[in-house]
Structures are given as structure tokens and as C-alpha cells.
Design a protein around this ligand. Structure first.
Ligand SMILES: [Zn+2]
Length: 299
């Protein structure tokens, strides 16, 4: 039986913690607890102690834990049989749409709301829409694809989102810098730019989030939804992150269907998408329910 010294899922450090994470790195192991296999994907030091980022391969929930290292084993075929490994493999099989575009579970009512926070010179965020949404829908599960670069220049806005008791947030990695140059063609842009440091884009974001006392999820969203085969392979084999595309990018007038992963922008860069979503909301809520993004992939 594994001895877990402590585990607090949502906010594992007080927000006021000033200490910095050191030696944040990829560290790949598995361990079994009761009937469940857990993936260990990162290791870091904080205040002289070692911590691990872990994923429950049945529920896709992540936790930061202190672990008894004698129980950690290399990944084996048991890992490949888990729901997490299967969904990771499916979602990274094609780069065309940036990952999974809809839920795979047979739930006729479920839809999944994702909101991107790409870097933006605009002040504020779509706070009026969030208020409108939670007034109509009550407590709402939402996957927020955050870039460190947005958070760096929107500290008050970020804090307001974190502290909103009506949002059930899953934090999605939308990279550290979210490189974009409007003058470059797509195949040289976003993470396909020749100078992209994939490791620092992915780990840099996670470290930023952890230092806020928040836990990164197993989900990733490619900036611009632009990827290639090599990046998909790295997500699957090195980083263990499920890429999220979308089949209902609201500003592009894509309709919301059963199981849709919905995409809106919360950084005020795409107000037409927000206006359209707000208009659709009463009708959408007659048929569908917003569900946590994990439920798009597992029961
Ligand atoms: Zn973006």
C-alpha cells in the first residue's frame, strides 16, 4: 500500500506561497493503488521536499503527491491497457484538427465548454459572459486553456477566475509563450515555428500553474489548433497530454452537437464568438448539459 503523505487536489499550496519550484522535470513511472494504476509524469522539488504530478488512469484526474519511491515502476503493458493510455493514443492519432474534437462517451446530453486565454493586449476578460453563463446554468464545468503569457499580464483577471465559486475549472496547458506571428504562414507558425522549444513551452506553463497552487490537468491545447505528427508523438510518448481540438468553434459558426467540444475565447480577442454563444445559450441548455472535460473521455 502506497503511503501518501498528503494530497490536496484543487489548491495544493496557499496562493500566497512565495517558494519557487526547482528541478521541474519529466519523470515517467507507474504505481498501483488498490485496483487503480496511476501514472507519474513529472517530478519537482519544493522547500526541500520532492513532489510528483500523478494521473489516475481511470478518471484522468491529476494530483500533486509526495510518494514512496520504492513503489514506482517503469511503465509496462498494464499502462497501455488503461482508459487514459487508450484515449491518449486516439487523441494523438491525427494532427489535422489539433486533437480530440468531441467526447467519445455515449452521453446524449453532454457537451464540453473550453475557453482559450491566448496572450492578448486587451485588458480584462469576458467577465460579463461568465456572469451570464453561471447565472443561467449555475455552477459550470469549464476547461480553461491558459497561456503563461496571458496570466503574466492579467493577474487580477486570473485571480478572479480562480476564485469564482461558480466555475469548476480544469486547467488546460495552452503553452508558456503561445508564439504567434501574423506575418508567417500556418506551417511555420505557432508551435511549428523553427525556434519552438517544446519542452519549455509545456513544462514552463505547468511550473507557472503549480507555483500558483493549482494543478495542471492531462489536457493540452495547441495554439491555433496547429500541430504536426512529431508534436503529437511527443505529447503521447514524452509528455502524456491529451490534445483538445474542437468541433464547435463558435466564432466560426460551427454548430453545437451531441458531445461537442466547444471553443470560445475569454481574452476579448473574439467578441463575436462570445456574443454568439450568449445568444445560443438558452436553446442549448434545453437539450444539453455542460460536463467536465474528463467525462468526454472516461465515465
Ligand atoms: Zn490560443
Amino acid at each position: 500500500m502506497l503511503r501518501l503523505i498528503f494530497s490536496v487536489m484543487l489548491c495544493w499550496l496557499p496562493l500566497s506561497a512565495i517558494e519557487h519550484i526547482e528541478h521541474y522535470e519529466i519523470f515517467t513511472k507507474q504505481y498501483q493503488e488498490n485496483d487503480t494504476l496511476f501514472l507519474v509524469s513529472r517530478r519537482f522539488e519544493l522547500g526541500g521536499a520532492t513532489f510528483y504530478l500523478t494521473t489516475n488512469t481511470q478518471t484522468l484526474q491529476t494530483k500533486v503527491l509526495s510518494l514512496d519511491t520504492s513503489k514506482l515502476m517503469p511503465l509496462d503493458e498494464r499502462f497501455l491497457q488503461t482508459p487514459f493510455a487508450k484515449q491518449l493514443s486516439n487523441a494523438t492519432a491525427s494532427f489535422a484538427k489539433g486533437g480530440a474534437t468531441q467526447g467519445v462517451m455515449a452521453n446524449d446530453k453532454a457537451i464540453y465548454l473550453t475557453m482559450d486565454l491566448c496572450p492578448s493586449a486587451k485588458k480584462g476578460y469576458e467577465s460579463a459572459f461568465i456572469e451570464h453563463l453561471t447565472k443561467q446554468n449555475g455552477k459550470t464545468p469549464i476547461a480553461i486553456a491558459l497561456s503563461s503569457a496571458w496570466r503574466e499580464h492579467h493577474k487580477k483577471e486570473f485571480e478572479a477566475l480562480v476564485k469564482n465559486p461558480l466555475l469548476e475549472i480544469t486547467w488546460v496547458n495552452h503553452t508558456h509563450t503561445h508564439f504567434y506571428d501574423p506575418k508567417l504562414p500556418e506551417h511555420q507558425n505557432f508551435m511549428l515555428h523553427k525556434n519552438t522549444d517544446v519542452k519549455s513551452e509545456i513544462l514552463g506553463f505547468e511550473k507557472t500553474l503549480l507555483e500558483e497552487g493549482l494543478t495542471p490537468s492531462v489536457f493540452f491545447r495547441f495554439p491555433g489548433l496547429i500541430a504536426d505528427e512529431k508534436l503529437m508523438r511527443e505529447l503521447k510518448e514524452t509528455y502524456f497530454l491529451i490534445p483538445l481540438g474542437a468541433n464547435a468553434w463558435i466564432a466560426k459558426n460551427e454548430p453545437i452537437k451531441k458531445g461537442s467540444i466547444i471553443l470560445i475565447h475569454g481574452n476579448k480577442n473574439e467578441p463575436q464568438g462570445i456574443a454568439m454563444m450568449q445568444k445560443k445559450l438558452p436553446e442549448v441548455l434545453k437539450t444539453y448539459r455542460f460536463k467536465p472535460i474528463q467525462e468526454a473521455f472516461v465515465k
